[in-house]
Design a protein around this ligand. Structure first.
Ligand code: HEM
Length: 385
């Protein structure tokens, strides 16, 4: 694949449908805000989400039976802490708590419905580059990346970013945008846990942005403020390779996995009012691709002269950025072999990213909690066929 910078010269392809961008190979385009977008989905009548019938719930009953056998003390069918407390104090089983609250146990089809609704919230002319996708991915990652393999604390299980002070941690600045937007979906499917909703949001955003399929499964429960992790567990973009390794090794990742994960910076941008950094990494920040590695590997990067935090800019156009922690992926001897590989082979990146993103989103969830094996949900485009 030619350099993404060269690609910038190609004529931009207009998305024909709300998610047509998902079917288009990354088209490099200037990082303008407000991509062309279809009004179709946003004008659609709001769809209610009736509680599904309980007849086809056998697989999940089995999964939840396993959870009960595993002795998990509480399960929260809805995520308000009153319900959580009730379930905990009464010592109700997961199945009992879910059934008592909703009278059904969700199936894969139900999660596909949640996926579809999340997908419908992605596009927004008036937000960033036209999509909430990137900030959904960042929410899923920050909700999971607090995991510490030594203590088994943190991770996506309890959705503790709902609580202060975790919601106010510097690293989480701006993620209220994603949490608030996903509330629209939560209202329609009140039975889903926040951990499942946020991680599914990340999966949906990647898949709808023409990324790889990410296996996903439900089973996270909503915990309490006491389960929140201390500040400092997420990476600091101003640091170097040692810091990056310390943070990601703590979660249980190796060098190849670290490089594959950070390729998610193909999506989105930095916001001065959130992190202090400024700008997108690629010319197509709403398309998932290997452009992050291509640009990192092929372009010349210089330190930006400005009053903000230390960041790099591409020498040619000065419109793209890299964080100090991104740059170590081409300077560190071990990291750079994977950066080169992913720059040259998008298929390899997609395969590795799919596996490692799935692993990230499952951190901190006790195995007996899973309601099923991971499965793939369909994109909106696939469901049209
Ligand atoms: C060393 C590791 C990492 C560091 C230091 C880092 C740092 C950052 C920073 C500073 C921002 C800008 C936030 C803002 O101003 O809005 C950002 C955005 C983002 N990060 Fe990371 N990140 C890292 C790893 C990851 C990983 C592992 C993922 C996902 C797998 C990820 C996904 C994203 C996405 C999608 C955005 C764009 C969000 C948006 O457009 O609103 N990052 N990251």
């Amino acid at each position: 694949m030619a350099s993404a910078l060269l690609g910038a010269l190609r004529a931009p392809v207009r998305r024909s449908g709300a998610f047509a961008f998902a079917a288009v190979k990354p088209v490099a385009r200037p990082p303008t805000r407000g991509f062309a977008t279809s009004k179709l989905l946003r004008n659609a009548a709001p769809e209610s989400a009736p509680a599904p019938k309980s007849s086809s719930n056998t697989p999940l009953f089995i999964g939840i039976g396993a959870l009960v056998a595993g002795g998990v003390g509480y399960w929260v069918a809805t995520s308000d802490s009153t319900t959580a407390k009730e379930a905990a104090t009464a010592g109700k089983s997961a199945a009992q708590a879910v059934k008592a609250k909703t009278n059904f146990v969700p199936t894969k089809e139900d999660y596909q419905k949640v996926y579809n609704k999340i997908a419908e919230t992605l596009e927004a002319d008036d937000y960033d580059d036209g999509s909430y996708g990137p900030v959904y991915v960042r929410l899923a990652w920050h909700a999971s990346g607090t995991y510490d393999k030594e203590t088994g604390t943190g991770g996506s299980n309890y959705a503790t970013m709902r609580f202060e002070p975790e919601s106010l941690h510097g690293a989480n600045a701006g993620l209220d945008t994603a949490r608030t937007k996903l509330e629209e979906v939560k209202k329609l499917f009140p039975w889903i846990s926040y951990g499942d909703l946020w991680t599914l949001g990340g999966v949906c955003a990647i898949q709808e942005a023409s990324g790889p399929k990410i296996p996903w499964r439900p089973g996270r429960i909503d915990g309490f403020a006491k389960d929140a992790t201390p500040d400092g567990r997420l990476p600091d973009a101003a640091q170097g390779a040692d810091h990056v390794r310390n943070i990601f090794y703590r979660m249980g990742f190796n060098d190849q996995e670290i490089v594959a994960l950070i390729g998610a910076h193909a999506l989105g941008r930095c916001h001065p009012n959130r992190s202090g950094f400024d700008g997108p990494w690629t010319f197509s920040p709403t398309t998932f691709s290997n452009a992050f590695y291509e640009l990192l590997w092929n372009e010349k990067w210089t330190w930006k002269k400005w009053s903000g935090p230390k960041q790099l800019e591409d020498k040619k156009t000065k419109t793209l950025m890299m964080l100090p922690t991104d740059y170590v992926l081409v300077t560190d001897r071990s990291f750079k072999q994977y950066t080169k590989k992913y720059a040259q082979d998008e298929q390899a990146f997609f395969k590795d990213f799919s596996a490692v993103f799935n692993k990230l989103l499952e951190l901190g969830v006790p195995s007996q909690q899973w309601a099923s094996e991971p499965y793939e949900l369909k994109t909106l485009e696939e469901q049209k066929a």
